[in-house]
Design a protein around this ligand. Sequence first.
Ligand code: FAD
Length: 466
Amino acid sequence: MTGNVAAAKAALAHLDIEKSDTAIKAKSRDFFWYSPVLKARLDDVIADFVISPRSEDEVIEVLKVCYEHDVPVTTRGAGTGNYGQAMPLAGGCVMHLQHLNKVKHVEPGRVICEPGILLKDLDAVCIEKAAHELRMFSSTWATASVGGFIAGGSGGVGSCTWGSLRDLGNIIRLRVVTMEAEPRVLEFRGEELARVSHAYGTNGIITELELPLAPAYDWVEMFVAFDDFTPAMEFAEDLANQDGILIKLATVFEAPITHDYFQRVRPHVEPGTNLVGLLVAPQSMDGFETFTARRPGARVIYRSDDHDWPKAPGRVFEYGWNHTTLRALKVDPSITYLQVRYGFPKHRELVEKMRSEFSPEVLQHLEVLRENGKVMFAGLSLVKFTTEERLDEIVRLHEEAGAMIFNPHRYTLEEGGRQTVDDRQLRFKREADPKGLLNPGKMIAWDDPDWAYDRMYAYPGLKAAE
Ligand code: FAD
């Protein structure tokens, strides 16, 4: 379904079009290769052309021209997504939003910006202009765009205090362009935000965002060691439940993750060490030290403001969230992962159950998460991959035990989510993308409304490199 690519390309030739074939290939890929299942299916996916609009007007022009010539458009922020979200399964145009990187307004508590700015650059402007910072960010803070985070991410560093992106109040407003003969520019707030946030750009392109901010701190980043897993897990949860102590990250790593996969941490731990990674506000350090002194066996082995490690580990949050998987993969390419929701109030029980059933084939990596005011865990468990059948079996056994899986080995919104159609996103796609040209193959409900979810969906329009 690539339409008349040559005509679209010619009509857009005056814009910033990528000329190098190597760059076109690179910009057709994301971090899909984290999954051996996706790697086997998407490795040859490639766009026909890549274009980088410089303004909202140019975004509208790209969408209008591609609509006219029936050319699919897949939007790219920075391409750090893990599920092939930013990959053009049907070929066509990759629209790279790297030039839409302006910050339009900052005040304490609020920022208005364009989608292509990197999270770290956005944070820097907010801190400089208003002494405020993003409430939450993906651990790819240094490399990912804010638009890609809202359209493809879920939460991250900060979610232990502020919840997830989908929670009310964590996005204020989105400005969205539709893909029609005459693209419309719409403004979404409140209930309408769910139409396009976490929709992988399948039903509209975000050209402006308004996000809430929190006061900025010089966070103290730490590693706390434990000999046993259970006290480490309890420490992380109980710390997040301390009302007077402000934290931005609490991550739990089951042994031997930190010893085997974190090269700069390895000299400071034993194979049996379980570690908790933390970001604590400086004014909370007195409370934190008192809290930690009450926990037998808890040892602070690293703090960013006072340490004697010859090689500093870098940012502690770059060991958490999906950076844990990245670090493990670099050492052992057979590692992959799962995304698990260990919901309150059975979260601890479920983690222990999965651990006793699967460790060491599956190692627990937990992120403390707040949901509806309750502290619980998101698991980004490390899995020693053997076969797709075994991976599916591990997923099934988690689900049967009551641990919800967001399957990172699938490229559709539904299979990576709650296995059901999001009606709000589907209805909006009918209005905003009547030809189905935006990021094709990612919304099963659009392609095949009767799909039974009894096996992995395979997009019939998948176009591989010739
Ligand atoms: P891309 O990968 O370019 O795009 C993501 C999706 O959004 C795609 O479907 C794309 O088409 C769509 N999109 C991009 N821009 C727009 C737009 N303006 N309008 C409409 N659609 C758009 N994710 C988390 O949520 N939390 C984490 O902590 C986290 N940690 C990670 C760690 C590593 C090491 C890696 C590799 C990934 C991690 N991820 C995490 C996944 C990913 O990095 C984040 O979701 C990231 O914020 C995506 O941003 P991006 O700019 O790279 O988006």
